[in-house]
Design a protein around this ligand. Sequence first.
Ligand code: NAD
Ligand SMILES: O=C(O)C1=N[C@H](C(=O)O)CCC1
Length: 232
Amino acid sequence: MKIALLGYGKMGKVIEKLALDRGHTIVFKSTADTSEGNFEAADVAIEFSAPEAAVDNISKALKAEIPVVSGTTGWLNKYDEMVKLCENRNGSFITASNFSVGVNLFFSINEYAAKLMAPWKEYDVSVEEIHHTEKKDAPSGTAISIAESILKHSEKQDWKLNSSEENNLKITAKREEDVKGTHTVSYISSIDTISLEHVAHSREGFAKGAILAAEFLKDKNGVFTMKDVLGI
Ligand SMILES: NC(=O)c1ccc[n+]([C@@H]2O[C@H](COP(=O)([O-])OP(=O)(O)OC[C@H]3O[C@@H](n4cnc5c(N)ncnc54)[C@H](O)[C@@H]3O)[C@@H](O)[C@H]2O)c1
Ligand SMILES: O=C(O)C1=N[C@H](C(=O)O)CCC1
């Protein structure tokens, strides 16, 4: 596949390496200030940029009839707009707060646990995420996805960052040097604690999942999720 990389930072660089290892070619790369290569030649665009840049990048790909995989977080208030654009252009689009296969399995475990724990009111549930200090958005997109699944089975009204109000699901966001991504769901009672945790050891999992999504999307039309890609 000929790939355009929209965003060539920490993720763009890992994706480039894995894509080349899988026999793909990179025909275009862009950052906030530079671009090189031939965008129109791409079979698929993989977009990992910044919250303020994602909508422009995704729109640019859809308008050029190039399928787009977007991993950027922190822009999902415009998700419906991108879905409409994709449908109007008969294009192909997938976004995920986390492309790692392990995290997507963790999402399913989290949903199952939320359902199982729902009747056991003595447990209070909370979510914690830890990422590197360069991360622009908080809480992480992954923590929001985890919280939204828990809320489907909970009496809590909404998630809230760093709130201890009983009717909200508390998400704690920590920033520590070089942490790739740690997400923990805790169910705490006065008697015991049940914890579920996913720890990313590197960025390879995110990159590999994004390439799997790009390979899945190449000859399809529509809006998809990682559940479609992984068949889970
Ligand atoms: N979904 C996932 O699996 C996943 C995994 C890791 C990171 N992310 C998200 O991906 C995004 C990027 O992460 P990163 O660690 O690579 O960040 P980074 O800061 O290392 O790199 C971002 C890159 O985007 C570029 N950029 C900014 N504006 C741009 C524009 N208008 N056009 C093109 N490029 C532009 C920057 O110049 C930089 O090269 C973040 O939102 C992060 O939260 C998602
Ligand atoms: O490094 C980041 O930034 C990450 N962002 C995603 C998120 O916000 O959930 C996925 C994990 C890494």
